[in-house]
Design a protein around this ligand. Structure first.
Ligand code: SIN
Length: 305
């Protein structure tokens, strides 16, 4: 039996299969499809201080190799999150990371403070990378100094695992990751979506009401791998890979490239049971390849000619 556990920021995940924020609700929505205690961790949909209705529709458009979304960080706000979502999450054995969004630098820490008081989560993922909002999101995460300030403020209010989720829509993701690491981040997750657009040729209208949105799915996987590779080589803290993972071969590709864990996003919309299946298939892959400990696979990329 392979030891699939990975340690990130003091948290031991039973295996490296996590869910990607925004594709798995708050976990409860998927309880009928997945034994949630079998997966490594749940990363919730973003939680902001006040409730957010999100962007007007249409806010999802399918593309040939993925989907464009422009949800706009719709969520019930931190108070209702604590009352309505946290009790279920608390009942799970799997690790729970809450994705945090903010319109201002201070909002991230304010949201975390409220969840810290309520208790019952294992850590946080700072969303400084959403491409679908006018205030916050990508506007913060494209600037190393702002990313560092948000991380520093969040670090002041929690000792728990702090992940910073970065956007690929920058020139040097390594520099931004390094700024987050120096400001106290325990891990970096890459990538959030790539800015994209689609047009209906009959109506000549953009397919999304906001014109552009975030592209995810298999189309972005090579970009995601390149960004994981760049960040792995820029920082010392663990990197969590996200982007177009559809099967166990994709998981293994990210782990070999150096990701300590992965998050599964768009694939949940095609097969809501995919995360548990990937845990099973990763264990099978390791057994077949005589890998006793998953850490022996992580970062095992062969760069020799
Ligand atoms: C959204 O809510 O618009 C997507 C979330 C994200 O890209 O971070």
């Amino acid at each position: 039996m392979t030891d699939l556990s990975v340690k990130i920021g003091g948290v031991v995940f039973a295996n490296p299969i996590l869910t990607a924020s925004g594709t798995f609700g708050s976990g409860e929505e998927f309880a009928g499809f997945v034994d949630l205690n079998k997966i490594g961790g749940i990363v919730t949909k973003a939680v902001s201080f006040a409730p957010r209705p999100g962007n007007p529709g249409p806010r999802i458009a399918e593309t040939s190799c993925g989907i464009l979304n422009s949800i706009g960080l719709a969520n019930v706000g931190v108070e209702r999150f604590v009352e309505e979502k946290l009790p279920f999450l608390r009942s799970l054995k799997t690790k729970v990371m809450v994705n945090i969004a903010g319109k201002t630098i201070n909002e991230y820490a304010a949201v975390i403070k409220i969840i810290e008081t309520a208790g019952g989560v294992d850590g946080y993922e700072l969303n400084v990378s959403c491409p679908n909002v006018k205030e916050g999101g990508i506007a913060f995460g494209t600037d190393a100094e702002t990313t560092a300030r948000i991380t520093k403020e969040a670090r002041k209010v929690t000792d728990k695992c702090l992940i910073v989720k970065l956007t690929p829509n920058v020139t040097s993701i390594g520099q931004i990751a390094l700024a987050a690491e120096n400001a106290g981040a325990d891990a970096i997750s890459v990538i959030n979506t790539l800015v994209g657009m689609a047009v209906d040729i009959h109506t000549k209208k953009p397919k999304l009401a906001t014109i552009t949105g975030g592209l995810s799915g298999p189309a972005v996987k090579p970009v995601a791998l390149a960004k994981v590779f760049e960040v792995v080589n820029a920082v010392k803290i663990p990197v969590i890979g996200i982007g177009g993972i559809m099967n166990v071969d994709d998981v293994v590709e990210f782990l070999i490239t150096g990701a300590a864990a992965v998050q599964i996003g768009t694939a949940n919309f095609i097969n809501p049971g995919i995360t548990e299946k990937l845990v099973f298939e990763l264990a099978k892959y390791c057994e077949k390849n005589q890998i006793q400990n998953i850490n022996n696979l992580i970062g095992s990329i062969n760069l020799n000619n």
